[in-house]
Design a protein around this ligand. Structure first.
Ligand code: NAD
Length: 493
């Protein structure tokens, strides 16, 4: 009984939660059982409010873009946008005047007209998002500003593109969803990793049946950011006002889940035929931040004495409605090679990107042509066969823009593919590759993993942000104009 009582009363103490399943009988030898799940309330839609699945808006010849947040990420976004046809950069905003001036100088160097400037404080974006001649607000600030700026911009009639994660709490996720549904504006989270070559190729392979039924997927953000988190102003990699370090201080859980989660969500068709139903999350204690702070600043320094709430390594396990599992990890504190894992395991095959890129496919795979011989699920295909698979299953989006993306760059080109696709879809009045539900689903792990950890790794129900429509669309799609679809050999449904 002890376990059941502790867990039930613990959940009851958290006023917003409903708790299900407290009454199960205990297995032999156990004192009690706690199969209950923390369930958060789902806000009701207002009268007349409907979902924005497959939202399309009027095609626009030129997309007028306003950028807010011109640090390491935003500055490069402005550069990339100068290579996209049909874009006019009309406004630039940052707290710091010199960052706005530098991006504006760059625009003019590249032969574009100067943009309107907004700077000076953390609220000047309000004037910018109210400008009448802006179609899209592109948000690259630190995390706490993502949702407030996006919500206000949508209310001002703008589409929004938000850096990752789009939201930092469940309330913020719902705010984005509700505002997008009420305003009928696009709200896309800028999850660039779905556009990387291997991720897109494995999506294509999965959709063509190479892996059979995909049953388990893994993703991660394993990236040693200690030097950046502790970089002081003027040092390389410094985050403005050390915003990321502050997040490590006040938050726990997986605060940066989207790079790992994005590509594997697309493979499982999350809110396009399946949905993430329940998660449990567990983390280590914090060791690495304090150790690094002591080394860099000394044992008695303020940085070394600061309590960092975030555990070094967080693992979240998710079960989907259709009985699949997902594992998502986060660690920005340990010295280890960069990895997003990107693992796909199915009834007929397996793929993994990190630490070693490889694909294994069972012999006799009906989805494959006779070109592929001597396959075995027990071992990776040879490097030559891997190259052939990646070429044969290159995603149409990479065929469309991959070559130009290699030239423009941005994380090996994937950033440019993402930007190009966003503008392409807006200009052609097509549904965007990722919608507000993707933004909410991928971002909700921030709040839900924290909730699970703070409640002894209790299971937490993942809200259905579509409020019942998760099974209406079937599978991730990328939209093209009829002419481009024909040129790329894409079947138009
Ligand atoms: N998708 C990716 O691969 C990727 C890579 C790096 C960063 N990011 C994301 O990009 C965002 C920015 O990261 P960064 O590395 O550029 O950080 P940064 O600290 O270099 O830049 C943030 C900028 O936002 C500005 N800013 C903050 N609050 C503002 C406000 N209220 N109004 C106007 N400007 C404001 C800051 O002055 C700063 O110039 C973060 O959300 C981060 O997670 C994504």
């Amino acid at each position: 009984m002890k376990i059941r009582l502790i867990l039930c009363s613990l959940a009851a103490a958290v006023s917003a939660f409903a708790v299900s399943g407290c009454g199960s009988s205990a297995p032999k030898g156990a004192e009690g059982v706690a199969d209950h799940v923390i369930v958060l309330p789902v806000p009701e839609r207002e009268p007349g409010q409907t979902d924005v699945l497959n939202l399309v808006t009027e095609p626009m010849d030129t997309v007028r873009v306003a950028f807010v947040g011109l640090g390491m990420r935003g500055g490069d976004a402005v550069r990339r946008y100068t290579y996209i046809p049909g874009v006019k950069i009309v406004a630039l905003c940052d707290v710091y005047e010199d960052r706005v001036k530098a991006s504006n100088a760059y625009l003019q160097e590249r032969g574009f007209p100067a943009a309107q400037e907004f700077y000076g404080d953390t609220a000047s974006w309000r004037q910018m998002v109210a400008l009448p001649d802006v179609d899209l607000v592109y948000i690259c600030t630190g995390w706490d500003w993502h949702t407030p700026i996006a919500v206000q911009a949508m209310k001002e009639g703008k589409h929004v593109a938000i850096e990752v994660p789009a939201a930092m709490s469940i309330d913020e996720c719902w705010e984005l969803v509700n505002t997008a549904e009420k305003t009928r504006k696009h709200c896309m989270m800028l999850e660039n990793c779905v556009y990387d070559n291997f991720e897109m190729a494995t999506l294509n392979m999965a959709q063509k049946g190479l892996f059979g039924e995909v049953i388990h997927v893994e993703g991660a953000y394993l990236h040693d950011l200690r030097s950046m988190n502790f970089a002081l102003e003027g040092e390389p990699g410094h985050y403005a006002d050390m915003w990321r370090l502050k997040q490590n201080t006040k938050r726990t859980g997986d605060v940066y889940p989207t790079h790992g989660l994005g590509p594997i969500s697309q493979i499982l068709g999350i809110h396009r035929g399946d949905r993430m139903k329940t998660l449990v999350s567990m983390n280590t204690d914090e060791f690495g931040m304090t150790a690094y702070a002591k080394e860099k600043f000394g044992d008695t320094s303020a940085f070394a004495r600061t309590p960092y709430k975030m555990g070094d390594h967080t693992t979240t396990l998710i079960r989907t409605e259709k009985g699949k599992t997902m594992m998502v990890q986060h660690d920005v504190t340990s010295p280890r090679p960069y990895s997003r894992i990107h693992q796909v395991s199915g009834t007929k095959g397996f793929a993994q990107k990190y630490p070693m890129m490889g694909i294994a496919l069972e012999a006799g795979n009906e989805a494959l042509s006779n070109d592929y011989q001597n396959l075995s699920g027990h071992s990776y295909v040879s490097p030559e066969v891997l190259d052939k698979l990646l070429a044969d299953y290159q995603h149409p989006v990479i065929k469309q823009v991959g070559a130009q993306a290699q030239e423009v760059g941005g994380h090996g080109g994937m950033d440019f593919v993402m930007d190009y696709r966003l503008i392409y879809c807006l200009r052609n009045g097509l549904p965007l590759d990722m919608d507000v539900y993707d933004a909410a689903e991928m971002s909700c792990l921030t709040g839900l993993s924290e909730l699970s950890i703070e409640n002894g790794s209790a299971p937490v129900a993942i809200p259905d942000f579509t409020r019942g429509a998760w099974n209406r669309l079937q599978g991730q799609t990328y939209a093209f104009t009829p002419a481009d679809a024909a040129a790329l050999g894409v079947e138009v449904k």
